[in-house]
Structures are given as C-alpha cells and as structure tokens.
Design a protein around this ligand. Structure first.
Ligand code: IDP
Length: 147
C-alpha cells in the first residue's frame, strides 16, 4: 500500500473543482487519509517546489501557489503514485489527454489545477511539509476487497 500527496491548487479551489477532483479519486477506488483547506506559506511553497528553483517559472509558481487556499490531501492505494498521475494527466496542457483532470479542465500549464507526488520519496517529503502524523486518519474501508 502506497501513499501520495495530492493538492487542488488555488485555481481549482477558485473554480469550484474540489468536489469534482476529489470525486475522481474516490471513484477510482483510492482511500482518503487526510484533507484540509490551507493557505500555503512562502517557505512551505519553496520547500514543496525546491526542485524547480532557478527555473524561469519558479517565482511565478511560488506566487501562484501562495495566492489563495489549496485543498491538501493524503490518499492511499496500491501503486497510487503512478495511477494518480495518470488520473491527473500530463504537466503541459497541450499533452494532457481528455479524460484526465488536466485534459478535461486545464487550459494553461501554470493553471493545471492539481499537484500529485511523482515518487515515494517526494510523497513522504510533501506529506510531511503539509501534515502532522496525527492528522492522518487510519481506518479500514469495508469495500476494499471489491476494488
Ligand atoms: P507536475 O505538477 O506535473 O508534477 P512539475 O514538472 O513538477 O509538474 O512542475 C510543477 C508545476 O510547475 C506544474 O504543475 C506547472 O504548474 C508548473 N510548470 C511546469 N512547467 C512549466 C512551464 O514550462 N511553464 C510554466 N509553468 C510550468
């Protein structure tokens, strides 16, 4: 069982797409472990996107992600990191296929609605950047054997 950090970005919150996005992961069969609406601090944003420091879009990315509340989540499932990135779609909107979240709703790459961890190491780091261990809810889903 794997965990990932998913975050509806400020554009997704402003556009009223939290429910639509959360619903896609629920319907896929993943388990929600934690979720909260938060405003990202500059320090948190820089830590989250540290790998992009120095790139031309870094400053605008930090400004954007701190510009309004995000819906931060932890989800659990087998192979969830790879599978959730398939549900999310490619980073560039011109490559995000219809049927994916970005393919269906995003029209510009900087406003691509959602973040998803890209490796187990990133997931662990990103979860710790947004959640205390005590915020993660451990429970069993009775439907698990059918998914
Ligand atoms: P990901 O969100 O699909 O994992 P990353 O490469 O980690 O993609 O990039 C982080 C975020 O930075 C993207 O989701 C997007 O919002 C923004 N971004 C990435 N590449 C560009 C670009 O070339 N121009 C503008 N924004 C970009």
């Amino acid at each position: 069982m794997e965990r990932t950090f998913l975050m509806v970005k400020p554009d997704g919150v402003q556009r009223g797409l939290i429910g639509e996005i959360v619903g896609r992961f629920e319907k896929k069969g993943f388990k929600l472990v934690a979720g909260k609406l938060v405003t990202v601090s500059k320090e948190q944003a820089k830590a989250h996107y540290a790998e992009h420091e120095g790139k031309p879009f870094f400053d605008s990315l930090i400004t954007f992600i701190t510009s309004g509340p995000v819906f931060a989540m932890v989800w659990e499932g087998d192979d969830i990191i790879e599978l959730s990135r398939m549900v999310i779609g490619k980073t560039k909107v011109t490559e995000a296929l219809p049927g994916t979240i970005r393919g269906d709703y995003a029209a510009h790459t900087p406003f691509n609605l959602i973040h998803g961890s890209d490796s187990p190491e990133s997931a662990e780091r990103e979860i710790a950047n947004f959640f205390d261990e005590s915020e993660l809810v451990l429970y069993a889903k009775s439907i698990a054997t059918w998914v």
